[in-house]
Every structure is written in structure tokens, then in C-alpha cells.
Design a protein around this ligand. Structure first.
Ligand SMILES: [Zn+2]
Length: 67
């Protein structure tokens, strides 16, 4: 019984790790910019609004309000 429980814990941990990696992967895809850069969290200094801007700004002026 003890062993089965242990194995179960291990697979749960593995599943959790996989899920975490998948989230990171999806986040990277969402943040990818067409220019090869990636979107960073930025704040509009005039309005205080949060948005995402390409890290290659000012070369690339792409922005997103949501990822
Ligand atoms: Zn860009």
C-alpha cells in the first residue's frame, strides 16, 4: 500500500511539473512578437493603464492591451 501511495504522489508531482512547463510554453507563445522579440509588461505613463509592448521598442512599436 505504502508504495502505491508513494508512486501516486510522484506522478501527481510530475503532472504538476508538466502543467507548469506547459503554462510557461504557452506564455512564451503569447508573448512572442512578429519581429522576433517578445512582449513585456508596460504601463502607460499618461493613463496608468497596463499594456504589453515589444521589448524591441522603439525599433518595433507593436503593443497589445491583452495577451
Ligand atoms: Zn516586436
Amino acid at each position: 500500500m505504502g508504495n502505491i501511495f508513494y508512486l501516486d504522489m510522484e506522478t501527481r508531482e510530475e503532472a504538476y511539473e508538466k502543467q507548469k512547463k506547459e503554462l510557461v510554453r504557452l506564455d512564451r507563445i503569447k508573448r512572442r512578437c512578429e519581429c522576433g522579440g517578445h512582449f513585456k509588461d508596460r504601463v502607460n505613463k499618461n493613463t496608468g493603464e497596463k499594456f504589453f509592448g515589444c521589448n524591441r521598442y522603439p525599433k518595433c512599436k507593436k503593443t497589445k492591451s491583452k495577451l
